[in-house]
Design a protein around this ligand. Structure first.
Ligand code: E4P
Length: 218
């Protein structure tokens, strides 16, 4: 399973580069706004930091402008993935851009019917939003499972399931259990995934006991 970092903060990516955990990055207009920087600069820097896919989202809502924005974003670096919303216009833009060999991530997916249409439109990735579904009392993880089951039954579909809107470590584990190809994870959640009080306690005990021996390995 691949992990993408869900951030437009270059420093946060830099901090995790030496871990081997970062297979790609996703951004959205909200994350770019939070960075306080120009989208082209942020995407260029992120693409230079990681070899994997870096999603950059269009902001237009009409097909023609989405395609123009998509082409602009795609020329920033070879590993740019253009993100388009799961609307009629967005899916047409997805089809047009993938016909030009531009990778596309179809975002804001909230149903398996939508995920089927994203696949039909040639999407490289589809992003079901787990946390936002949970927020309104629906079963976000159930959607991941449903889409994975449907895609698995149809080998002609090569769209990858990218679990998005991940809010806590359990979301990551459940996305893995249900067969998501990728989870895009905020750096904070990745750190939460790492932590366990018994690991910290164990390290402390081993260190104390080792000091008592007076030995040193090196
Ligand atoms: C990533 O592709 C999505 O834009 C992101 O995961 C959305 O997360 P949020 O619902 O926490 O804003």
């Amino acid at each position: 399973m691949k992990f993408f970092l869900d951030t437009a903060n270059v420093q946060e990516v830099n901090d995790l580069l030496d871990t081997g955990w970062v297979d790609g990055i996703t951004t959205n207009p909200t994350l770019i706004a939070a960075s306080g920087r120009r989208i082209s600069e942020v995407i260029q820097e992120l693409c230079a930091l990681v070899d994997g896919p870096v999603s950059a989202e269009v902001t237009a809502v009409d097909y023609e402008t989405m395609v123009k924005e998509g082409r602009y974003l795609a020329q920033i670096a070879p590993n740019v993935v253009v993100k388009v919303p799961l609307t009629f216009e967005g899916l047409k833009a997805c089809y047009a851009l993938t016909q030009e060999d531009i990778m596309v991530n179809v975002t804001l997916c909230f149903s398996s019917g939508q995920a089927l249409l994203a696949a039909k439109s040639g999407a490289t990735f589809v992003s079901p939003f787990v946390g936002r579904l949970d927020d309104v009392g629906h079963d976000g993880m159930g959607l991941i499972q449903e889409i994975c089951e449907i895609y698995t039954q149809h080998p002609d579909i090569d769209t990858l399931v990218l679990a998005a809107s991940i809010r806590h470590p359990l979301h990551v584990i459940q996305a893995a259990q249900r067969g998501a190809d990728i989870a895009t994870i905020p750096p904070k959640v990745l750190h939460q995934l790492l932590k366990h009080p018994l690991t910290d306690k164990g390290v402390e005990t081993f260190s104390k006991d080792w000091q008592k021996t007076g030995q040193s390995i090196l």
